[in-house]
Ligand binder design. Structure first.
Ligand code: HEC
Ligand code: HEC
Length: 360
């Protein structure tokens, strides 16, 4: 990436340049989608929005963000809560821990249960550990009232694991691992595809029995943190359709790993109509066959001609399902997910294949 993008980090003009001129910046740090054939302009269209990238207040180290009490982040701040989405995003085998800070007294606007809106001052973090080494901690902060008002940046851990400093331009092969830290504009290729921006701290992702050290939906209800709590008296508040564990695992995996791009609100949806994000709407959870995932993929012909298959999910036949062909492909022009992974998730591959094999 040319120096112009690296040097003037943090200034609005550079960020605009960096996001408008992704192509000119060539092989971006942490941008494994270069040359995938996906329309970068479409995915990047929202990168240049609103006040997020204009925020000059990038805390220099991870401790400065408020996550922890010490520079090495061994002590998490008392007002920060851990949580884990029940279905995780695959990050080439990295182990991840997630945290949230909510401003005291504020509630999450849950009037649209599928698209929560967070109060100003909300912070979220995700720590990535690869080969037992902390490589990065991602951070974002709600800076204003609009959906676009979020500030995203990752912090790179030093070799001694004593400090993590802001890495707005990303970093390849962080700390000697094969893990790439995304540059700031890359965060938004995924997070901007869902109106609320927050992807894993959501009704469906938290509607399960989490370990007592971690927040789940029950906790949020009992702590009065939701403006419009679910109406059911106890969890699960949004029961999943009756289905086998494999079917549920497949739906959940696609929700967490593909749904941020493949959902009705994303720019990707303007290219391909399949929907892999689940919804809390009762009609969309009534049966397996009623989920958008099932309705838009099973025995539905692909719209893209890059892969030859009769259907996105060809019932009973994973080998002739565009979803599996694209998931397993090493050709970056057709591989899915479109960005941010270099290693095939073999467990998920087995789950998706098993699911498809057993569809009558
Ligand atoms: C390939 C898509 C993708 C990219 C690129 C990406 N994220 Fe995420 N991120 C996700 C998904 C999906 C989740 C939720 C699932 C999970 O945490 O396993 C998530 C979760 C998070 C979380 C926890 C809160 C939440 O939304 O659930 C933080 C913090 C975060 N990301 C920050 C960042 C930052 C900062 C960047 C850029 C440096 C970034 N992300 C780049 C997809 C992405
Ligand atoms: C970062 C955004 C992004 C993510 C994440 C993503 N996709 Fe895609 N996907 C795209 C785009 C853009 C296209 C259209 C261009 C193309 O065909 O490559 C597409 C196309 C597809 C198609 C072709 C559909 C058709 O009608 O022909 C399939 C199948 C697909 N994706 C499956 C997946 C699966 C499965 C996942 C998760 C494992 C996933 N995608 C994750 C962006 C994404």
């Amino acid at each position: 990436m040319p120096a112009m993008c690296v040097r003037s980090v943090g200034s609005l003009s550079c960020v605009l340049v960096a996001s408008l001129a992704l192509a000119a910046c060539g092989d971006n740090h942490g941008d494994p989608d270069a040359g995938t054939g996906i329309d970068a302009a479409v995915i990047d269209a929202q990168v240049v929005d609103g006040g997020v990238d204009a925020n000059p207040n990038m805390p220099p180290t991870i401790a400065d963000t408020g996550l922890c009490l010490d520079a090495g982040c061994q002590q998490i701040a008392p007002d920060v809560h851990g949580y884990a989405p029940r279905w995780a995003l695959w990050s080439d085998g990295a182990v991840k821990q997630r945290y949230i800070y909510l401003p005291p007294g504020a509630t999450i606007d849950t009037s649209d249960m599928d698209h929560w809106k967070f109060p100003m001052g909300t912070k979220l973090w995700k720590v990535f550990t690869r080969d037992n080494i902390r490589v990065e901690t991602r951070f974002y902060l709600k800076t204003g009232p609009a959906d676009t008002d979020w500030y995203f940046v990752a912090y790179a851990w030093n070799e001694a694991q004593t400090e993590a400093v802001a890495a707005p331009s990303g970093q390849q092969n962080a700390n000697g691992t094969t893990h790439d830290i995304p540059q700031r504009s890359d965060c938004r290729k995924c997070h901007d595809q869902v109106p609320g921006r927050v992807l894993g701290f959501s009704a469906l992702q938290l509607d399960y029995d989490a370990p007592s050290t971690e927040l789940d939906l029950k906790d949020l209800v009992s702590m009065n943190l939701l403006s419009a709590p679910p109406t059911a008296a106890t969890g699960p508040y949004f029961p999943l359709p009756a289905a086998t564990p494999t079917e549920i695992a497949a739906l959940g995996y696609l929700h967490a790993n593909c749904g941020h791009c493949h959902n009705p609100d994303s720019t990707v949806h303007q290219i391909v109509p399949q929907v892999l994000r689940l919804s809390t709407a009762p009609s969309a959870l009534a049966t397996l066959e009623a989920t958008p995932t099932y309705m838009t993929t099973v025995n539905v012909a692909p719209t893209q001609s890059s892969v030859s298959a009769p259907a996105i999910v060809n019932a009973g036949d994973p080998d002739h399902s565009a979803m599996i062909i694209r998931f397993e492909s090493t050709n970056p022009a057709i591989h899915m997910p479109a960005i941010a992974t270099e290693v095939l998730d073999t467990t998920a591959d087995a789950t998706l294949r098993d699911w498809i094999t057993h569809i009558p």
